[in-house]
Design a protein around this ligand. Structure first.
Ligand SMILES: [Cu+2]
Length: 159
């Protein structure tokens, strides 16, 4: 009798992992190409970049966290009297079926208190939180401040 009950319980919870995964495909923004530009000097903040694709519904990025950073802010670049300055923003819109790109010279993540010992080539897990409640965790690749791929073309902006 006990054995029958146990088997019934198994049959009643069919493949929860797979069901959740296929649902997530339609409700969770897709985040890709994430990388972190390591600071020129240890202790300085690092810049973070990525590309996010929206779902069928409008959403917004409201925060990013990482076990490798004490705090991560969302920064935009604003022109103040001809001088580009960065500003912390509470959120960034991710339009329905649109995209949100953070790239050198423009909007960026600012990682404060990066763990000591993070070196080029390391993977830094980033968890992106969206207004819809969706959360996406991907690995960002740590790159040296001077690596060719990390250099914004024609920009003197420093991080
Ligand atoms: Cu910044």
């Amino acid at each position: 009798m006990l054995r029958t009950l146990a088997i019934s319980a198994l049959l009643l919870s069919p493949l929860p992992a797979i069901a959740q995964h296929s649902e997530a495909k339609y409700t969770t923004p897709h985040v890709m190409d994430a990388w972190v530009r390591l600071p020129a000097a240890a202790g300085r903040p690092a810049g973070g970049y990525f590309l996010a694709h929206g779902t069928a519904a409008a959403d917004a990025l409201v925060g990013v966290t990482s076990p490798k950073a004490e705090r991560i802010e969302l920064h935009s670049m604003v022109n103040e009297g001809g001088v580009m300055k960065m500003r912390a923003e509470p959120s960034f819109a991710l339009p329905a079926r649109g995209e949100l790109k953070f790239a050198p010279g423009g909007s960026h993540l600012m990682l404060f208190g990066l763990s000591a010992g993070v070196k080029p080539g390391d993977r830094i897990p980033l968890t992106f939180s969206f207004q819809s409640g969706a959360k996406v965790t991907i690995d960002a690749e740590a790159r040296a401040v001077n690596s060719p791929a990390a250099k914004p073309a024609g920009s003197a902006h420093q991080h």
